[in-house]
Design a binder for this molecule. Structure first.
Ligand code: 8YV
Length: 326
């Protein structure tokens, strides 16, 4: 008898096929977004779940699903999962680190360049038929080359972002929970550690790449935005909630900073509608890791974690080692 698993959202059909070789799979290819009660109902009798950031996995759920042995999310971020509660319930939790580092770092640069050079504004202007002639001061933006890049969160993705600055002759400053080793700082284009407020005062372009936790909720609020240069760019490819979106909207409206490039939002996908009224912001729908090859790799990574976890092997990307029982 194959163990029973739930796949919470639609996924590549080949992944359903791959999992079906090992499990009795309940899939959701119609991509219904289950509410908490429906998720709990569908998890009854399941040994594992192929998850993603759209569902919360809390202690109440774990206590109501006694057969659950593994939650394997197709994401590097796992703030939607109460890992300590899972550990207490003897449930393994895995994520998909590394496979998405380069793709997500590319996208941080995509948003920074598009925001700084006002690409979205220019496209809207052109598509609206307003481009009748070119003027010397049309949509003047800010240079990226030769500027100072500030990275908040210098993990593997943050360091991949920093490496890309070598091609743009930039100075890199960073803030992190802990300072990097000298070797890692050198590899990150000789990145210089700064306190958060000093980084915000110094950087021309600030990129948020840190994981979300309650400790960093609204890390970037009105006070922090007021420290930034009026010519500055703020990019968020991390998680909604790290930025106080209402404060950012006010700062963008007041010209306290020049522009923002945002891939994540508080309460996404129901982002603050005032963002839609602003010209000086580039908005994308949480596609930081969304390349063909990377989402493919993430899906197989999550599936392999689940296969390992339910076959008695230690999963490669186990977040709670004490939950593993060999
Ligand atoms: C997507 C992400 O949410 O990896 C993460 O933490 O936020 C993004 O990669 C994820 O890939 C959706 O499954």
């Amino acid at each position: 008898m194959k163990p029973k698993i739930l796949v919470t959202r639609a996924i590549f059909p080949k992944i359903i096929e791959y999992l079906s070789a090992h499990f009795d799979v309940e899939d959701n290819q119609s991509d219904e977004v289950y509410n908490d009660a429906e998720l709990m109902r569908r998890l009854q009798g399941k040994a594992g779940v192929f998850a993603n950031p759209s569902h919360k996995f809390a202690s109440e759920l774990f206590n109501a699903c006694p057969d659950l042995k593994a939650v394997c999310t197709m994401a590097v971020g796992f703030n939607n999962i109460d890992v300590p509660a899972a550990t207490s319930a003897g449930i393994m939790v895995t994520n998909t680190p590394d496979v998405l580092n380069e793709t997500t770092a590319d996208f941080a640069w995509t948003l920074m360049m598009a925001a700084a050079r006002r690409v979205s504004e220019s496209e809207r202007y052109l598509r609206a038929g307003q481009w009748q002639k070119s003027k010397y001061d049309d949509l003047l933006g800010r240079d990226v080359h030769g500027s100072t890049l500030g990275i908040i969160g210098m993990g593997r993705i943050g360091r991949a972002v920093a490496r890309r600055s070598m091609g743009f002759n930039m100075k890199v400053v960073y803030h992190n929970r802990t300072r990097l080793t000298p070797e890692l700082e050198v590899a990150a284009n000789h990145a210089q550690y700064l306190a958060l407020n000093e980084l915000l005062r110094t950087a021309d372009h600030v990129i948020l790449v840190l994981p979300y936790s309650p400790a960093v909720h609204h890390l970037i609020g009105a006070e922090q935005l007021a420290l930034m240069k009026p010519t500055a760019t703020l990019v968020n490819i991390a998680r909604g909630g790290i930025v106080d979106d209402a404060a950012l909207i006010a700062a963008l409206k007041a010209g306290q900073i020049a522009t923002a490039g945002l891939d994540v939002f508080e309460n996404e996908p129901a982002l603050n509608p005032e963002f839609l009224t602003l010209k000086n912001v580039v908005l994308t729908s949480h596609i930081g890791s969304a390349s063909v090859s990377t989402r493919d790799a993430m899906a197989y990574c999550a599936a392999d974690n689940l296969i390992s976890a339910l076959s008695g092997e230690r999963p490669a990307n186990l977040l709670n080692a004490t939950a593993f029982k060999s």
